[in-house]
Design a protein around this ligand. Sequence first.
Ligand code: PLP
Length: 400
Amino acid sequence: MTETHRMISPEDAVYMDNNATTRLAPEVLAAMMPYLQDYYGNPSSMHRFGGQLGRVMAEARQKVATLLGAASEEIVFTSCGTESDSTAILSALQSFPEKRHIVTTRVEHPAVKNLCENLDSLTGHKHRLTRLPVAADGTLDLQKYEESLSDDTAIVSVMWANNETGVIFPIAEMARMARERGILFHTDAVQAVGKIPINLQDIAIDFLSLSGHKLHGPKGIGVLFVRRGTPFVPYLVGGHQEKGRRGGTENVAAIVGLGRACELAAEKMAEENTRVKALRDRLEEGLLASIPHSMLNGHKQDRLPNTTNVSFEFVEGEAILLHMDQYNICASSGSACTSGSLEPSHVLRAMGVPFTAAHGSIRYSLSIYNTEAEIDFVLEKMPPIIAGLREMSPFWKADA
Ligand SMILES: *Cc1c(COP(=O)(O)O)cnc(C)c1O
């Protein structure tokens, strides 16, 4: 490779951006290899070389179902979390064409947010959108939610856990309130699956989205859980794959990989909620204690075990990330440079995080592959990075 194309090696990366994507687990890669290399058949073929893959996919489907407490026929493989989200919401609108109201929140992932905000142009019908507000700690007001539900509501779409703050919503209760009124309920559980226990047997959810690459599976594979008996209209219309619910030749290797990733997630869930959570807490407490004018974004308890979102006042998130990048520390900022101006994320804006803090927010999202030594390294590097940037910040000088 030439100098300009030199890659940051995975050994050098201090990877704390697992809500963006995760490392493929070595066990998952091993499970996939035979289907990338040798067993390239099409599961729909009449010959056994292809047809035998039907059994392989059935095993993977069962593994996904087991992690969710679902039945395997309720699992539809898609290409990603985004496709699953679109499929659920558009299916509900087509199943109930007379209903034109959608309930969602102000803090959804763009996969739901931008779809809901563009439904009129996509479908050619006028829709009414309720975007539920959140409190300063990122939590929802259930009474406002209940008041928003009406006879005209086609679907509720609320994420299970927020990708930026990790805040968890009371999905079981919200789904029950929708079910009581005969309203379909969809949850984008991309960040929740594998991190917190989910048992769909006990919960009145009709649709649930997940994505392989957020739980140490491959990219390019997702799932939409569709509860038995739920009216359903496919999004990708084509062949009879997935019992006519999603056309397109199956990504067999990725499906096998996702099955293995779900199995591993069940095995590692306890570690995620003990060791990873302890690493997260140590990082968070260390940052807040060693850096003045820093604060946590999001509810301290009702939160994913791997995520912390911390604001460093009077500095720009993108500048912080660039300095962290010098040490190969990988994280995300809640502030993105769009069309030349720095815009705080819609999530932090919805929480009312003050301007000076929202701009300097950093999301650290851990995984089972992080170590204590990495936490110590980040805790050593962050205070001088923030102090150095503040020295150059006109906001800091004016305020300090
Ligand atoms: C990553 C993510 C998605 C999108 O998943 P893709 O598989 O990348 O399309 C949707 N929702 C949430 C909450 C996410 O974190």
